[in-house]
Design a protein around this ligand. Structure first.
Ligand SMILES: [Zn+2]
Length: 145
């Protein structure tokens, strides 16, 4: 997991980084396990996804749990496929938000990440021909077809 260039990973490669704290919440360390699991900002996003997809609360102990979560939430077929994509887009958006906060010094709130997640997820899912008739209202209620 040290391939993702967090402060923790850079320290392993002997880079000297001044600020080791998480740029999203200012509280944890800038590591993969914190940014994507324990971070308050990420937990708000995961909590929203669990309510949106009507699955159990999402808690992760490591990045592997995130990658495999779609197998363990009781969804099948198109809903499982949509959920898997939503989780991957969320990871990407959390990472983008972390970089924006860290390198541009711009605060990114969880609700902004969630709005972007819904919009990007909708465009991604609707681009598949099977789902071209999916409406925004149904997407926001996680009614897939
Ligand atoms: Zn954090």
């Amino acid at each position: 997991m040290n391939k993702i260039a967090t402060v923790e990973a850079l320290k392993h490669r002997n880079f000297n980084v001044q600020d080791e704290s998480c740029a999203l919440c200012g509280d944890g360390e800038d590591s993969v396990s914190h940014i994507f699991s324990a971070c308050y900002t990420a937990s708000v996003v995961w909590n929203h996804i669990s309510r949106w997809a009507k699955v159990q609360n999402l808690f992760f102990f490591g990045f592997k749990d995130i990658v495999e979560i779609h197998e363990h939430v009781g969804l099948s077929g198109e809903k499982k496929e949509a959920f898997k994509g939503i989780v991957r887009i969320a990871v990407w958006l959390i990472w983008k938000a972390r970089n924006k906060a860290r390198f541009e010094n711009k605060e990114v709130r969880a609700d902004v990440i969630i709005s972007e997640l819904k919009a990007s997820g909708f465009l991604w899912f609707k681009s598949r021909s099977r789902f071209k008739n999916l409406s925004w209202q149904n997407w926001c209620k996680f009614v897939i077809m």
